[in-house]
Design a protein around this ligand. Structure first.
Ligand SMILES: [Fe+2]
Ligand SMILES: [Fe+2]
Length: 271
């Protein structure tokens, strides 16, 4: 999804692609410097293989393929899957480090038992798993877990600017999803209206469930399930959900990059 005001990319640092995967379709194994994530919006039964481990993925699941990790996928089900495929490729191209390498075979070998990641990256983990690397391990965050947390904290006051916002943390150290961008699930309760603020990270939103509107500057953008929209950096914005239902947004932001460089700032709209 190319933003009309940019030479490429959905924001100046991130690209959002919508991908359809029909039954039997597969992608050859490869790796690249660009870090990537997938958020599955429809269907179940595809297999994503990252660094030798196979993950079965379906709607609401969120998967990372951090930079330079081998990955390939196949749809083994009878249904068509839809997912968001998001990469930091505009940033990687700007920095002129767009390395890419195909694997020597169409598929990489499975070298790790299914479920290894959940054991090795849980709070009870082997002593040799390092937590001090900036590079997170590949991981799949399950929708059932996300939904459980949404239910558990859904009645809390939440954030004045984002409502209930759940970060997909690096499972090893609680840091951002990837060094260059972070992902989150945002829930707005029925009739919720957030306060307005602005910040130096730019944000892409995808409406997973529900409907509502986001006011950016003086413009109001109505949205509903399946829509995607961008809040450019340093523009005041606020969100509203419809009166009769909650809204769930999948959120992608380059905030970790801005923070790492010391460029992050945010401010509330003066009353
Ligand atoms: Fe890729
Ligand atoms: Fe914001």
């Amino acid at each position: 999804m190319k933003h009309p005001s940019l030479p490429g990319g959905t924001t100046h640092t991130l690209t959002l692609n919508l991908q359809m995967l029909k039954p039997g379709e597969h992608a050859g194994a490869h790796r690249h410097i660009a870090g990537a994530i997938r958020f599955i919006t429809k269907g179940r039964g595809a297999r994503l293989v990252v660094e030798g481990e196979s993950f079965e993925i379906g709607a609401g699941d969120f998967a990372t393929t951090p930079n330079w990790t081998w990955h390939d996928h196949v749809n083994e089900s009878n249904e068509t899957l839809m997912w968001l495929d998001v990469l930091d490729s505009p940033l990687v191209r700007l920095l002129q480090v767009d390395f890419h390498e195909p694997y020597k075979e169409p598929k990489q070998p499975i070298t790790r038992a299914e479920g290894s990641s959940y054991c090795e990256l849980s709070p009870i983990r082997p002593s040799w798993v390092r937590s001090d690397s900036i590079q997170p391990p590949p991981y799949v965050y399950r929708w059932e877990d996300t939904e459980k947390v949404l239910k558990a904290v859904g009645e809390r006051p939440g954030d004045p600017y984002d409502g209930i916002l759940l970060q997909y943390a690096n499972p090893l150290n609680g840091g951002p999803t990837l060094p260059t961008f972070s992902c989150a699930i945002q829930m707005l309760r029925p009739s919720e209206k957030t306060s307005s603020h602005r910040h130096t990270d730019s944000t892409i939103y995808h409406v997973f469930r529900g409907k509502g509107a986001t006011v950016i500057g003086d413009e109001r953008f109505e949205w509903e399930e399946g829509d995607s929209f961008v809040v450019p950096l340093w523009r005041y914005h606020r969100h509203e959900s419809a009166a009769d239902q909650q809204a769930i947004l999948f959120v992608m932001t380059d905030k970790p990059l801005m923070e790492a460089l010391g460029f992050y700032r945010q401010e509330a709209l003066p009353q």
